[in-house]
Design a protein around this ligand. Structure first.
Ligand SMILES: [Zn+2]
Length: 289
């Protein structure tokens, strides 16, 4: 499915002389039947799916929840690209691409990057991927708005939307523990989390991700990782993501996943929920070998 062409089509004015091939792909993507409407029945196990393409998944989750980490691990496991719109924006900013100046102005003015620009960057990324023979994707950071979700749903079959969730007190602690090495740019976390069981929320512990000795004295905290800013970021995210979650929930595509802890606890559990235990067995075997 040439999703890039299809997304591009959405951006063009209705009167533009688009090729009939693109238009018919657009129409066929609209009429193709939805698959795997119950996420719990979804299986990406090898050979069990009759699809001739890689998975088309979306990752949702508030800033700091670690969705980039899990999306990236799954993309390696399943052999599909992990496409993070944040990376696309950053790459375009440092390039001499046609959108670079426009993006710089937007970012300097502290404005949000518009749906049009994001879709434009995403289409370009998918187009390049298709040209290289990529199949499937895991999207991270898109769709962020209900409008983006509607456009995406209208142009391609998203199999599954994984919504990563974490206790808010733990999330806050985790965000406040973030440190960056001012020399090598490495990301670390000094928070040692030991949250007690509370109002039905299970106890949770997460080990810090400490830097190597040569980075320790060079650690800095991002200026926007203060409690006030993090809380505001979460509030804005929740307001914006609620309708997106409802949208996918209504289509039976939303898989809610409460992170039970750090990566060592969460990763096997996530694979289990996704029916990917088999891959995990392979991983363990190759780790031993
Ligand atoms: Zn360093």
């Amino acid at each position: 499915m040439a999703m890039a062409a299809v997304l591009n089509r959405v951006l063009r004015s209705p009167s533009s002389p688009s090729s009939s091939a693109i238009a018919s792909r657009f129409l066929s993507s609209l009429s193709s039947s939805p698959t795997n409407s119950d996420p719990r029945r979804f299986s990406a196990s090898k050979g069990e799916e009759s699809k001739d393409r890689g998975v088309q998944w979306v990752f949702l989750g508030c800033p700091g929840v670690g969705k980039g980490t899990y999306a990236s691990r799954l993309s390696n496991l399943l052999g599909v690209p992990h496409i993070a719109t944040g990376d696309l924006v950053r790459e375009e900013l440092t390039s001499s691409g046609p959108l670079a100046q426009q993006l710089k102005d937007i970012v300097n003015q502290g404005k949000l990057v518009s749906d049009e620009i994001i879709i434009n960057l995403l289409s370009k990324r998918l187009e390049n991927g298709e040209a290289k023979g990529e199949s499937g994707f895991i999207l991270d950071g898109f769709p962020r708005t209900i409008r983006q979700a509607v456009i995406l749903e209208g142009t391609t079959d998203i199999d599954l939307v994984i919504n990563l969730k974490l206790r808010e007190d733990v999330l806050l602690e985790k965000c406040l523990g973030r440190r960056i090495c001012s020399q090598c740019g490495g990301n670390f976390n000094v928070a040692s989390i030991n949250a007690k069981e509370e109002n039905g929320k299970p106890a949770m512990s997460m080990a810090p991700l400490l830097p190597p000795a040569h980075c320790t004295s060079k650690l800095i905290t991002r200026a926007d990782d203060t409690e006030e800013v993090v809380k505001e970021r979460l509030r804005i995210y929740n307001d914006m993501s609620q309708p997106v979650e409802d949208f996918y929930r209504g289509r039976g595509k939303l898989l809610e996943f409460d992170l039970p802890g750090g990566i060592p606890e969460s990763w096997p559990k996530l694979l289990e929920v996704l029916n990917l235990d088999e891959y995990h067995e392979d991983e363990k075997k190759s780790a031993v070998a």
